[in-house]
Write a protein that binds this ligand. Structure first.
Ligand code: TYM
Length: 334
């Protein structure tokens, strides 16, 4: 089993990232058997497909790496690095750009969402973004890729690229990566709109809970979170047409590591005036210790940079044979 996943170092790690992805990274790392390995990276090359402030990107890369360690990623057991320091990602991406089809990329919903109506003005990088993401996992022959639901389509594309490359060059090189999506929190929604994903790029900070938010901010954001005037039902069916209510119950269940049915059995009949403070207590109890670790780690940013440097050296060695084999298969090694 080889686990590979990434996160863009833009903005702060939020509850959607944590429950949808990072907690799975940690669980997979903690359940690794001998011979398995985990590689986790900051997708800084993906971050530069939109306008960035270079100083801020560098700062955010360290901050996001520290947030991952604070969340439980152990650099002694997992390889933690930033993508830009492992040239195999960009090199393999170019090799795979000959395999990926325009039509496949045109169908990517994230491309359509991010480019919006201004496709002519979007960067080429934003369009080929999923090819780099395919290289990210194929370079390591990843078997499992823990992600939120929003990344599923990108991984299906990675599988299509791998299959076509293997067939075109008559080689059994790339492993087909399996998306590993948290059943408890596949998609955490915005606190302001139960139909929109919780996201780093939402202009409203009230839409998300950040790992760096203090206890008061967490309580306040949850108090103000959009909900409805109804009571909590006694079964999940009663949440069907109530996206905001469903989201808050999903967050509670994921944080408590309990099935939604158990949460509803306990809170059925309560209004949000009662449920929200209980949810805030739970969120604070879970995130508080992570925030404390993050604050400590950020006291020594040099140490975090050293962790990334060591991780990159390991990742370069791990990716090298696959890149070489791809070059050989394509006649690029004479
Ligand atoms: P990114 O940085 O947007 O998000 C990092 C991880 O968090 C998950 N996630 C969510 N899960 C549940 N609910 C949400 N509201 C939510 N928001 C984000 C994402 O699904 C992701 O798992 N393109 C990727 C980064 C990437 C990558 C890769 C991932 C680059 N290369 C290779 C896996 C494998 C991205 O922008 O994720």
């Amino acid at each position: 089993m080889r686990v590979v996943s990434g996160i863009q170092p833009t903005g702060n790690l939020h509850l959607g990232n944590y429950l949808g992805a990072i907690r799975q990274w940690v669980a997979l790392q903690d359940s690794m058997a001998a011979g398995d390995d985990c590689l986790f990276f900051l997708a800084d090359l993906h971050a530069v497909t939109v306008a960035i402030d270079p100083a801020e990107l560098a700062r955010n890369t360290i901050k996001m790496a520290a947030a991952l360690v604070a969340s439980g990623i152990d650099p002694d057991r997992s390889t933690l690095f930033n993508q830009a320091r492992v040239p195999a990602h960009a090199e393999l991406q170019w090799l795979l750009a000959g395999t990926a089809r325009m039509g496949w990329l045109n169908r990517m919903t994230q491309w359509k969402d991010k480019a919006g109506k201004n496709r002519e003005g979007a960067s080429v990088g934003l369009f080929t973004y999923p090819v780099l993401q395919a290289a990210d996992v194929l370079a390591y022959r990843a078997t499992h890729v823990p992600v939120g639901d929003d990344q599923k389509q990108h991984l299906e594309l990675a599988r299509d690229i791998a299959t076509k490359f293997n067939a075109d060059f008559d080689i059994d090189l790339f492993t087909l990566p399996e998306p590993f999506i948290s059943p408890a929190a596949p998609r955490i929604m915005s606190l302001r709109d139960g139909t929109a994903k919780m996201s780093k790029s939402d202009p409203s900070d009230a839409s998300r809970i950040n790992l760096v938010d203090g206890d008061d901010a967490i309580a306040q954001k949850l108090r103000k979170a959009k909900s409805d005037a109804g009571e909590l039902p006694d079964s999940a069916g009663g949440l069907a047409d109530r996206p905001e209510a469903r989201n808050l119950v999903t967050i509670y269940a994921a944080l408590a590591n309990e099935p939604v049915a158990t949460v509803l059995a306990r809170h059925a009949g309560q209004g949000f005036g009662t449920f929200k403070p209980a949810l805030a207590d739970l969120a604070i109890a879970t995130l508080g210790p992570i925030r404390a670790r993050l604050t400590r780690l950020l006291d020594d940013r040099g140490a975090v940079a050293t962790v990334l440097e060591k991780g990159a050296a390991k990742a370069r060695a791990t990716a090298a044979p696959t890149l070489l084999a791809a070059q050989r298969a394509m006649g690029l090694q004479v």
